[in-house]
Design a protein around this ligand. Structure first.
Ligand SMILES: [Zn+2]
Ligand SMILES: [Zn+2]
Length: 454
């Protein structure tokens, strides 16, 4: 995260640009020299599925639902496919059936009720087909330049890596801002699989010279398949999902929380001088129809807020994400976020009649790094999990206030600090691992004194 970004949004740059344009009249060709608009918070969905893979809706409908829900940008991230095939026809079926779903008559009806342009249809004998629009077509018809953006995306999805102890694990990774399909690559274990897929993605992106975004998704899916050590080994992974409303079901009892997962990775990485890991939140939306959009894997349950300076473009959103200038939320928004002189100050945007608890979390330098192997039997599936347990030194709540605002000044041996605001407003979505109450997180902030001392 760029330090103090929330407190000092690129002030100097804007002033310098202003001078340049002062004496000139503003014509079309001068627009590039106009002062950059002030940084604005933008609401985004970076994990959404459509009928390009196993979402239940046509892509236009998914995009429209997010537009209508007050979002500023979304990325369609279908499993192992980027929307580039101009001949992707889906057979129209009476019902969507089992996984992976078919294009149902109801999904088509929803399209016709919400989208003006008729879909491309064809008949072959008794069968009817509808064509899925490509990213380029969707961008042209659905994007509102400067107001609503569509970002290119794909969820690289590896459905089963067999490990030596008999476990089978999955790993899913979101790749944004590359306009091509990347096939999934299978490594010998989760850590290697993450590494080779990220390398391949960034190699392909390097040829386009565009900034891209890479994130490890829902570590618990299906049974805590990605472990902290996988992200400790892959220090080039900068983002993971601290909150995902679609993929958090089958976790064994007694296992440590996802909050602790984050702190384990942060503590090890920061003490070792490696980059921090930022947290994201997403719907992992698969259901965009009115009947199911308020449930699991629905719409507008979890999202990110991005502080986007300059013009509102895909490139600027991606750059802001990669600087860590965003935060994850499932219902609590920050009105103020600043980190100055090692003090993290936060204030929630209060809702009437709602109470808030703000927690500050850190881990101290020199924390206990010992681990012990623990077997977790799994009641719902055949396979249990052999996982490493970490010490209680990691991820301590150092301050807790029942208020809409609070501040914490770091102790010299605090490696980082992050804040969580938990409200007493129940989330609409109630599923096993989704936060019961509306919650907001900050990103982690590094101890500046510690950095200088090193
Ligand atoms: Zn996934
Ligand atoms: Zn997904």
């Amino acid at each position: 995260m760029s330090d103090g970004i929330y407190a000092f949004p690129h002030g100097r740059k804007a002033v310098a640009r202003k001078k340049k344009t002062k004496a000139k009249s503003i014509t079309g060709s001068d627009r590039a020299f106009l002062p950059a608009p002030p940084a604005a918070w933008k609401k985004g969905a970076i994990h959404v599925h459509t009928l390009w893979s196993d979402g239940r809706g046509l892509p236009e409908v998914a995009i429209k639902v997010y537009q209508d829900s007050g979002y500023d940008f979304i990325a369609l991230t279908d499993h192992n496919v980027f929307q580039e095939d101009s001949q992707a026809w889906r057979e129209l079926m009476p019902v969507e059936g089992n996984w992976p779903p078919s294009l149902s008559a109801e999904a088509l009806q929803l399209y016709e009720q919400n989208i003006k342009a008729p879909p491309d249809r064809k008949k072959l004998g008794f069968k009817q087909f509808v064509r899925l629009k490509t990213f380029r077509e969707l961008k042209k018809s659905m994007e509102i330049p400067g107001r609503f953006l569509l970002l290119p995306g794909e969820e690289i999805t590896i459905m089963g890596i067999p490990l030596p102890d008999g476990e089978i694990r999955q790993v899913h990774m979101n790749c944004l801002n590359l306009e091509q399909t990347l096939p999934p690559l299978e490594g010998r274990d989760i850590s290697e699989t993450i590494r080779i897929n990220q390398e391949k993605f960034e190699e392909a992106a390097g040829r386009t010279r565009k900034d891209v975004f890479f994130m490890v998704n829902h570590p618990q899916w299906q049974v805590f398949d990605v472990e902290p050590r996988d992200l400790m080994e892959n220090t080039s992974v900068r983002h993971f999902e601290i909150c995902n409303d679609g993929s958090s079901f089958f976790i064994p009892d007694g296992i440590y929380s996802l909050e602790k997962f984050w702190d384990i990775v942060l503590a090890h990485r920061i003490e070792d001088g490696s980059p921090v890991l930022y947290g994201a939140a997403s719907d992992d939306a698969h259901y965009t129809d009115p009947g199911r959009m308020h449930g699991t894997a629905g719409v507008a349950n979890a999202w990110i807020m991005v502080k986007c300076p300059g013009r509102f473009t895909a490139g600027n959103v991606i750059a802001a994400l990669n600087r860590g200038d965003y935060y994850p939320t499932c219902g609590v928004l920050w009105e103020k976020l600043s980190f100055v002189n090692n003090t993290l100050s936060v204030k929630v945007r209060p809702e009437e009649g709602v109470h808030y608890m703000i927690r500050f979390v850190t881990t101290k330098r020199g924390f206990d790094r010992t681990v012990k192997k623990q077997f977790y039997p799994n009641k719902t599936q055949a396979l249990g999990r052999n996982l490493l347990e970490y010490s209680d030194d990691i991820g301590k709540v150092v301050k807790e206030v029942e208020n809409t605002e609070g501040a914490y000044t770091m102790e010299p041996d605090d490696l980082y600090v992050r804040a969580i605001a938990i409200s007493n407003r129940k989330n609409v979505l109630q599923s096993k691992l989704f936060p019961v109450y509306a919650t907001g997180w900050t990103q982690p902030y590094l101890n500046q004194e510690g950095l200088q001392a090193k």
